[in-house]
Design a protein around this ligand. Structure first.
Ligand code: A3D
Length: 320
């Protein structure tokens, strides 16, 4: 049986890391696509040359032509620009919206059966636009954010409790941004919900609140440290976890920006919700009940996403 084909649209910081991880995990052959001539070719060759030492079986190539992604099983999209000093959110939105148009059309024409994972920011609006431009099924186009946000939450909780990250589960809902909703009552240490651990005196509500805020600010914390560019190791790892769930039909329960069609009272929006990922892409959205406070935070987050989608429609009237 031929190896699966993984197309990475955008060969920047995240794209290069995705290629490296996909090769190391032998998820399939990798095609890196980028408009910057030489970048995808150079990264593909560099990673391929690590193959003899690592002992992986995967072919890597770089291209500027969408035809080379033909028949891809998975496409992961990082194409676009990250925010730079002096740029407004609208500037970023306008530039990346144009990128989503060319990427959506390129994928639809060459890899219409692929599972598409969008990472480009502002995430919840860009994955919506990418789906619109591609016309592909909603269950096959998804955004990566919740896996990363909950991984950050899990990491900070493991530090606070002094336990293995493997034994920490965390639950983050809503849009990817300042308004994301980390849910303490569904987050556990070895199955024990966080509010119970506060009652047991393992931590305090103040410390938990600070961890939740640090999770919300997780992206900005890395940007502040790096100064040039944003996080790329953990975002790439998170998207690879989603790609692997699809390719191996793992039925993983992962928080993703998925298209809500009635779930959580939403119609026609992508927002971070718990999902099951398997061979059919997003196979299920787990529509949990929210408390009054959680619902208010979720609504606030959804309103931020709706504002961005409205701005997309104003910039490109064909989306309206
Ligand atoms: P960067 O290293 O700048 O890579 C982006 C690449 O896209 C560059 O190599 C560009 O040449 C390329 N590109 C630009 N326009 C096009 C086009 N039309 N077609 C193909 N390629 C193009 O950025 P990065 O890899 O650090 O980040 C990529 C995106 O991910 C940015 O929008 C970030 O804001 C976003 N991001 C999202 C998260 C989430 O959790 C959702 C986390 C971190 C970064």
């Amino acid at each position: 049986m031929a190896r699966p084909k993984i197309a990475l649209i955008g060969a920047g910081q995240i794209g290069g890391t995705l290629a490296h991880l996909a090769a190391l995990k032998e998820l399939g052959d990798v095609v890196l696509f980028d408009i910057a001539e030489g970048t995808p070719e150079g990264k593909a060759l560099d990673i391929a040359e690590s193959g003899p030492s690592e002992g992986f079986d995967a072919a890597l190539s770089g291209t500027q032509s969408y035809e080379d992604i033909a028949g891809a099983d998975v496409c992961i999209v990082t194409a676009g620009v990250p925010r730079k000093p002096g740029m407004s959110r609208d500037d970023l939105l306008g530039i990346n919206l144009k990128v989503m148009k060319s990427v959506g059309e390129g994928i639809a024409a060459n890899a219409p059966d692929a599972f598409v994972i969008c990472i480009t920011n502002p995430l919840d609006a860009m994955v919506w636009a990418l789906r619109e431009f591609s016309g592909m099924p909603h269950n096959k186009v998804v955004g990566m954010a919740g896996v990363l946000d909950s991984a950050r939450f899990r990491h900070f909780l493991s530090l606070e409790f002094g336990v293995s990250m493997r034994d920490v589960t965390a639950f983050v809902l809503g849009g990817h941004g300042d308004t994301m909703v980390p849910l303490a009552r569904y987050s556990t240490i070895g199955g024990i919900p966080l509010p119970d651990l506060v009652k047991m005196g393992w931590t305090t509500q103040e410390k938990l609140d600070a961890i939740i805020q640090r999770t919300r600010d997780g992206g900005a914390e890395i940007v502040g440290l790096l100064k040039t560019g944003s996080a790329f190791y953990a975002p790439a790892t998170s998207a690879i976890e989603m790609a692997e769930a699809y390719l191996k039909d793992q039925k993983r329960v992962l928080p993703c920006a998925a298209y809500c069609d009635g779930e959580f009272g939403l119609n026609g929006f992508y927002v971070g919700v718990p999902t099951v990922i398997g061979a059919d892409g997003i196979e299920k959205i787990i529509d949990i009940n929210l408390s009054k406070d959680e619902q208010a935070m979720f609504d606030n987050s959804v309103n931020a996403v709706k504002g961005l989608v409205k701005a997309c429609k104003e910039i490109d009237p064909t989306l309206a």
